[in-house]
Ligand binder design. Sequence first.
Ligand SMILES: [Zn+2]
Length: 92
Amino acid sequence: MPICPLCNRPMLPDRVISLAGIQEKEVSWRCERDDVHVGAVHPVQISHLKIGREEDAAGRRTRIIKLEMEGAELLVFRQGLEPSNRREATDA
Ligand SMILES: [Zn+2]
């Protein structure tokens, strides 16, 4: 389970898929507090990904804030850029 790079808390599964031979594989996670999403992709995609890059995902503007290898997968951390959805971390 990935740790949110902003609040250092474990991130919750956002989407779980079940395929033949793959039971309830977690493919993405989220931190509601920081509006951060993580998706697992094939490492070959790292050539297209760069920290700080902004892109539109599902109609929202996001920025890549972290890339991390996890086993054979590459975890891509993206934060939403819309201020209305962003909250400051108040409780320590
Ligand atoms: Zn967080």
